[in-house]
Design a protein around this ligand. Structure first.
Ligand SMILES: Cc1cc2nc3c(=O)[nH]c(=O)nc-3n(C[C@H](O)[C@H](O)[C@H](O)COP(=O)(O)OP(=O)(O)OC[C@H]3O[C@@H](n4cnc5c(N)ncnc54)[C@H](O)[C@@H]3O)c2cc1C
Length: 273
C-alpha cells in the first residue's frame, strides 16, 4: 500500500509575519511585536497596512484580508516591528487583533509611507511631538531613532489621554529611553516629557491645545517664544485635535511641510473617524 498520502496544504497568509510579544496596557490598549520582513526598509515615523484574514464569504467561500493603517512604533534599526493599538470592541480588525498571541500570524504589507519623518522638516533647534491616544506610536519610533537626537538640541513629547492608565505605554517608553545605554547617552538632558490627562486628575490636567493657548506649557517648560527660526513640530492625533494644533502652530508662524517640500511642521491622523 502506498503510504504517501498527499500532505494537506497549510493555509499561509499573504505577507505573513509572526507575533513575538503582546502586552495589554488597559482594556482598550495593547502593543505587540512581530517579526520583520528581511526586505522591509522604512523611515522611523512611517506607517504600514497590517491585518488579519476575514471570515470566508458565505457565498463564495473566499476570505479577504481586513487591513488597516498602523504606525510602526519601533525604530528603523530594530530587528522586529512594534505596534501600539486601540481595541475597538466592534471594530472589524481590532475586535479580533486584540486576541493575538505569540506564535500567531498577522498580515503586513511591506509598503511604508507617511509624513511624520525627519525628511519632511527643515533643520531646527527644538522638536515638538504632539500626540493624543495611540498617536504616540510614530513618536515611539522617532524617539528611539538616533537621528532625532543628533538633529535637535531639545525634543518635547506631549501625550494627552483621558485617563492616567492610558499614559503608561508612553511613560514606560520614556523610562526605557533614559535607561538605554546607547540612546540614553545621545539623549542626555534634551528630552522633555509632558503627559496630560483630560478626564482624570493627574499632575497636569487639561487638553494640550488649551494649555498651549494659555501659555501654560511654555511656562512649565521655560520656553519664551515658539517660532519658525527655532521650532519644528510633528502632530499625531484625531482629526479635530490635528486641526486645532495646526491653527496654533500657524499662529506661531510655522508652515506645514511634506516629504516633497520640507517646512516647519507635519501632521498625520492617528485614525479616521
Ligand atoms: C495613518 C494612520 C495610522 C494609524 N496608526 C494606528 C496605530 O498606530 N494604532 C492604532 O491603534 N490605530 C491606528 N490607526 C487606526 C487604524 O487604522 C484602525 O482604524 C484601528 O486599528 C481600528 O480598526 P478597526 O477595524 O477595529 O475599526 P475601524 O472601523 O477602523 O474604526 C472604528 C472606529 O474606531 C475609532 N478608532 C479607530 N482607531 C482608533 C484609534 N487608534 N484611537 C481611537 N479611536 C480609534 C474611530 O472612531 C473609528 O471610526 C491609524 C490610522 C491611520 C489613518
Amino acid at each position: 500500500m502506498n503510504d504517501m498520502t498527499p500532505t494537506q496544504a497549510v493555509p499561509v497568509l499573504p505577507d505573513a509575519q509572526t507575533v513575538t510579544e503582546v502586552t495589554h496596557w488597559t482594556d482598550y490598549l495593547f502593543s505587540f511585536r512581530v517579526t520583520r520582513p528581511a526586505s522591509l526598509r522604512f523611515r522611523s515615523g512611517e506607517f504600514v497596512m497590517i491585518g488579519l484574514m476575514g471570515d470566508p464569504d458565505p457565498k463564495t467561500g473566499k476570505a479577504k484580508p481586513i487591513l488597516r493603517a498602523y504606525s510602526i512604533a519601533s525604530p528603523a534599526w530594530d530587528d522586529e516591528l512594534e505596534f501600539y493599538s486601540i481595541k475597538v470592541q466592534d471594530g472589524p480588525l481590532t475586535s479580533r487583533l486584540q486576541h493575538i498571541k505569540p506564535g500567531d500570524q498577522i498580515i503586513l504589507r511591506p509598503k511604508p509611507v507617511g509624513t511624520l519623518v525627519h525628511d519632511a522638516l527643515l533643520p531646527g533647534k527644538r522638536l515638538w511631538l504632539f500626540s493624543t491616544g495611540t498617536g504616540i506610536a510614530p513618536f515611539a519610533s522617532l524617539l528611539r531613532e538616533p537621528e532625532t537626537w543628533e538633529a535637535y538640541d531639545e525634543v518635547i513629547l506631549t501625550h494627552t489621554c483621558r485617563e492616567v492608565a492610558e499614559l503608561e505605554y508612553g511613560r514606560r517608553l520614556i523610562e526605557g529611553l533614559r535607561e538605554d545605554e546607547l540612546i540614553g547617552e545621545l539623549i542626555g538632558d534634551k528630552l522633555r516629557y509632558y503627559p496630560t490627562t483630560t478626564r482624570e486628575e493627574s499632575p497636569k490636567t487639561g487638553r494640550i491645545t488649551d494649555l498651549l493657548r494659555r501659555g501654560e506649557v511654555q511656562a512649565d517648560l521655560g520656553i519664551d517664544t515658539i517660532g519658525p527660526e527655532t521650532d519644528r513640530a510633528m502632530v499625531c492625533g484625531s482629526l479635530g485635535f490635528n486641526l486645532e494644533i495646526k491653527e496654533i502652530l500657524e499662529g506661531y508662524g510655522l508652515e506645514e511641510g511634506a516629504n516633497s517640500e520640507p517646512k516647519h511642521y507635519v501632521v498625520e491622523k492617528a485614525f479616521v473617524g
